[in-house]
Design a protein around this ligand. Structure first.
Ligand code: DGY
Length: 321
């Protein structure tokens, strides 16, 4: 008999194909489910496992309502702030995420945000779509050069390091702030700032790659934006709650920031529409990992975790031990 699985969100066809082959699952292609839908489906099918994504708040309340048959919950994301890991641990429920496989694509997208914000991609695209008919003078519609600039990175973990590797290809000077200084083989010549505040005045471009948590919530507030040099560019492909969005909007509208590139927002998907009214913001609907290759790899990694636990082995990517 195949193990029984519930998938709480629509997933790519290749992942659904593996689910069909290896699991007994009523909707192998996934469904967009609420917490109540998930509990009902798990209960009705006596499911062994749950595959979820960050859309589902997997807090203590839903964990307490899980049927006893459920032996693992695997999220298809590297971020896990939607999961109450302590509650899962207290129940003895293995919970896993999908690190590593989305590092490159998230770093690629970060670079898209850097380039698009600095080089006015949103405005240029709008001009073309409106039927460009007037050539610009040499002083009009100018962006900022990316190559050679000073790039500040908050959080030099896996994704931050992958962004730094790309930035080196652009001849950028890399500055970073992180809870601890990294060894030289991970720094690759980047300049460490123990104090985030002290790094900010040296950043032409700042990109956030810190983990979301109580210590980083709202870390980019009005005071931090004011410490960036006038004309700096701000990029966030980490988590929206690292940013005080009123402060960011004020810095963008006052001209203190030249531009921003944003993939993540405080309230998703109902993001603050004041951002959409600004020409100097390049907006993306939380798509850091959204490539065929990476979404397939994330799904497969979640399934590998599920299969490991159902086979009595330790999870590959445990969120608690
Ligand atoms: C992740 O994997 O954490 C991405 O941001 C998608 O939620």
């Amino acid at each position: 008999m195949k193990p029984r699985l519930i998938v709480s969100r629509q997933i790519p066809p290749a992942v659904a194909a593996r689910i069909r082959a290896e699991f007994d699952c009523p909707w192998p292609e996934g469904r967009d489910m609420t917490a109540d839908d998930v509990i009902a489906a798990l209960t009705q099918t006596n499911a062994d496992a749950l595959m979820l994504t960050s859309h589902l708040k997997f807090g203590a309340e839903i964990i307490a309502r899980l049927p006893a048959t459920v032996k693992i919950a695997a999220t298809c994301s590297v971020g896990f702030e939607h999961i109450d890991v302590a509650a899962a641990k207290a129940r003895g429920l293995p919970v896993t995420n999908t690190p590593d496989v989305l590092t490159d694509c998230t770093a690629d997208l970060t670079f898209m945000l850097i380039l698009a914000a600095c080089r006015r991609a949103h405005e240029y695209d709008g001009i073309m779509r409106a039927g460009w008919r007037r050539g610009y003078g040499l002083g009009e519609m100018l962006g900022l050069k990316v190559s050679g600039k000073r790039l500040g990175i908050l959080g030099l973990g896996r994704i931050g390091q992958a962004v730094a590797a790309r930035a080196r290809g652009f001849g950028m000077q890399i500055l970073y702030s992180h809870p601890r200084r990294l060894p030289p083989e991970q720094e690759h010549g980047a300049t460490y700032f123990a104090s985030f505040d002290e790094m900010l005045p040296h950043c032409d471009i700042l990109t956030l790659h810190a983990r979301s948590g109580p210590e980083t919530a709202g870390i980019m507030d009005a005071g931090k934006f004011s410490r960036l040099p006038k004309g700096a560019v701000f990029v966030n492909a980490a988590r929206g709650n690292l940013v005080d969005e009123d402060a960011l909007l004020a810095a963008l509208t006052s001209g203190h920031l030249f531009a921003a590139g944003l993939d993540v927002f405080n309230n998703e998907p109902a993001f603050d529409l004041r951002f959409a009214a600004l020409d100097n913001v390049f907006l993306v609907p939380h798509m850091g990992s959204a490539t065929v290759e990476t979404r397939n790899a994330m799904g497969m990694r979640a399934l590998d975790n599920i299969q490991a636990v159902l086979a009595g082995k330790p999870p590959i990517d445990p969120l608690w031990s």
